[in-house]
Design a protein around this ligand. Structure first.
Ligand SMILES: Cc1cc2nc3c(=O)[nH]c(=O)nc-3n(C[C@H](O)[C@H](O)[C@H](O)COP(=O)(O)OP(=O)(O)OC[C@H]3O[C@@H](n4cnc5c(N)ncnc54)[C@H](O)[C@@H]3O)c2cc1C
Ligand code: SF4
Length: 539
């Protein structure tokens, strides 16, 4: 193991860590990435096994509190109505993500100006557009150009087939006269670069063994390792070190695969540990200069946690919907109710995403992210025979607003396998979000009936999906003012000039779309800004 100082040290090998490593390759700086998890070969993905569904409730659960692997860290969620989920390995949460790939919209970056809520981002859509395009090209994105809800752009590959379920729902949207469009997906609809196109097995959260899904384990990392980026796995960073005289980061202390604590020095440190892991690491990195946690003079580290609170509405149709066929991510997406409307009792809006049905056992156990098992005995048989095959559903994906009391702190006693303090999440739904979910539930029912549903099944819209903390944002937000934000407009910590953050924690607002396309576009943008400012990076 080379312990010499490196130029760039990236912490976390997930979506954002991989993207910024790629951006910095051309600088020819020496890049090292420390990742707490292992390389998981695709031969070990449960999607290859007959009993694949069992893995969803055990070693391949998206919930680290269920998986409990050595590489995971526990999360105290006693005071949260949503539990954060993830995967900790090379590829990060793109190992088990679903590959739904919508971009944020221009209005998402300007909510203070347009809607009088939250803050504007220090970057806008137009600035990020070339980086969205670059990331799409590397990842491999399927979709249909011309979506009227966005400025013009073209996904590189034809859309993933909508399936019977998508076609049925689209008819409902047409009847209502509401916007819909085939979903963009970071999933190959054609073979490309040695990766196989999607085989429609519908097991995307259990690792895509075909390599069709654009996890960074299949996209960025093979290129990066070939180009000489050192990836040191099973290496959990415990603390970022600072020089008490200069206030600059000097490197990190990490637990290596040998079980020992090591020091790694670096000129530039980049954190890419996601919206929970990043504040956790900063809060663990206390020192005389930063007694409340590194880069936390603003007291904003860990605050403003945003998820996308979700609820689902399903229609029961006359014909089988074949909903389990095809990738789990959305087949169509409506943004009819995305923007603010003064006629409504909430600001901003939500998306209606057509979730495909889950595999049978997951349905019986209550659905992906829901966890409320259906009845047992004769009623169970009845539901599996007369409801499950005929279902088509819509997920209401609400835009969360930043609220300081929704936050990540450190738990006083819970620790991971290396004895490092675990994060504690306190999160409750805002009134704006509740109003949005209620409105979305009603509109989803209307469109399902318009599509021909005989019956609509909806839960109380206040009951959000518990295990759907897939998107974690806002806990180290960007901004120009060091008193109210953690990083500046290009990801550099206000308090530590050689420390950058590139993951979803720097989001200022959440939008109502899955975030990874934007997370990676931002990471590429930050890499580009580092290159442009290289001569006076630490001034
Ligand atoms: C089940 C599921 C479904 C999802 N579906 C979608 C979807 O359809 N579309 C979408 O856009 N997004 C989806 N997401 C979210 C998406 O996966 C994340 O937005 C994205 O991976 C976040 O990127 P990141 O770089 O911030 O963090 P991650 O990809 O989570 O990477 C963080 C990495 O940092 C490592 N790390 C953390 N702490 C340390 C430490 N102290 N030392 C060393 N390493 C550390 C972790 O092990 C991990 O590998 C889904 C997520 C899940 C879990
Ligand atoms: S459905 Fe497609 S993207 Fe999902 S796991 Fe199968 S091949 Fe991969």
């Amino acid at each position: 193991m080379n312990k010499e100082p490196v130029d760039v040290l990236i912490i976390g090998a997930g979506a954002s860590g991989a993207a910024i490593a790629w951006s910095l390759l051309e600088t020819r700086m020496q890049i090292l990435c420390l990742e707490q998890g292992p390389h998981v070969p695709d031969s070990q993905f449960p999607s290859r096994r007959e009993d694949y569904e069992l893995a969803r409730y055990a070693e391949f659960s998206c919930d680290p509190n269920v998986r409990k692997l050595k590489y995971d860290y526990p999360i105290n969620v006693e005071k949260s109505c949503i539990t954060p989920v993830n995967y900790n390995a090379v590829g990060g949460s793109t190992i088990n993500f679903l590959g739904h790939w919508p971009r944020m919209k221009p209005s998402d970056f300007r909510t203070a100006t347009l809607d009088g809520v939250a803050s504007d981002w220090p970057v806008d859509y137009a600035t990020l557009e070339p980086f969205y395009a670059m990331n799409d090209q590397i990842t491999g994105v399927s979709g249909l150009a011309g979506n009227p809800a966005y400025p013009d752009y073209a996904p590189g590959l034809p859309p993933i087939p909508m399936g019977k379920l998508g076609q049925t729902l689209a008819r409902g949207f047409n009847t209502m006269g509401w916007h819909w469009w085939p979903s963009d997906a970071a999933i190959l609809s054609e073979d490309r670069d040695g990766r196989q196109k999607c085989v429609n097995a519908g097991t995307c959260d259990l690792g895509c063994a075909a390599g069709a899904k654009g996890g960074t384990n299949f996209t960025y990392w093979p290129m990066l390792e070939n180009a000489g980026v050192e990836l040191r796995c099973e290496s959990r960073v415990r603390k970022i070190l600072v020089d008490e005289n200069t206030g600059l980061a000097t490197g990190v202390l990490y637990h290596g695969s040998d079980g020992q604590l090591h020091e790694q020095k670096a000129e530039l440190v980049i954190i890419a540990c996601n919206g929970i892991g990043t504040p956790r690491l900063l809060l663990n990195s206390t020192s005389r200069l930063f007694p409340e946690g590194l880069a936390n003079r603003s007291d904003q580290v860990g605050r403003n946690l945003m998820f996308h609170p979700l609820t689902g509405v399903s229609g029961v149709f006359d014909e089988p919907m074949m909903g389990h066929e095809g990738p789990m991510a959305c087949s169509i997406l409506s943004q009819q109710f995305y923007e603010s409307d003064t006629e409504r009792n909430f600001v901003r809006g939500y998306g209606l995403h057509s979730g495909r049905s889950t595999t049978p056992m997951t349905f019986a156990l209550g659905g992906f992210g829901v966890d409320q098992p259906i009845a047992w005995g004769a009623a169970h048989r009845e539901i599996m025979d007369t409801v499950y095959p005929y279902l088509a559903g819509l997920t209401v994906v609400a835009e969360d607003l930043p609220e300081a009391h929704n936050r990540v702190t450190l738990d006083a006693s819970l620790v991971d396998s290396d004895g490092m303090a675990a994060p504690k999440v306190e999160y409750r739904l805002g009134e704006n979000t509740k109003a949005m979910l209620k409105h979305g539930t009603q509109r989803a029912s209307e469109v399902l009936y318009a599509a021909g549903a005989k019956r609509v099944l909806a839960k109380n819209s206040d009951e959000v999906w518990w295990r759907a903390g897939w998107h974690q944002m806002g806990t180290c937000r960007m901004g120009e003012d060091p008193n109210s934000s953690v990083v500046n407009g290009w990801g550099r910590c206000h308090d530590v000039k050689n420390l950058f953050i590139v993951d979803g924690s720097i989001f200022v607002t959440a939008g109502a779309v899955n975030p990874t396309s934007t997370i990676q576009a931002l990471a590429l943008y930050i890499g580009d800004s580092i290159k442009k400012n290289i001569a006076n990076l630490f001034d």
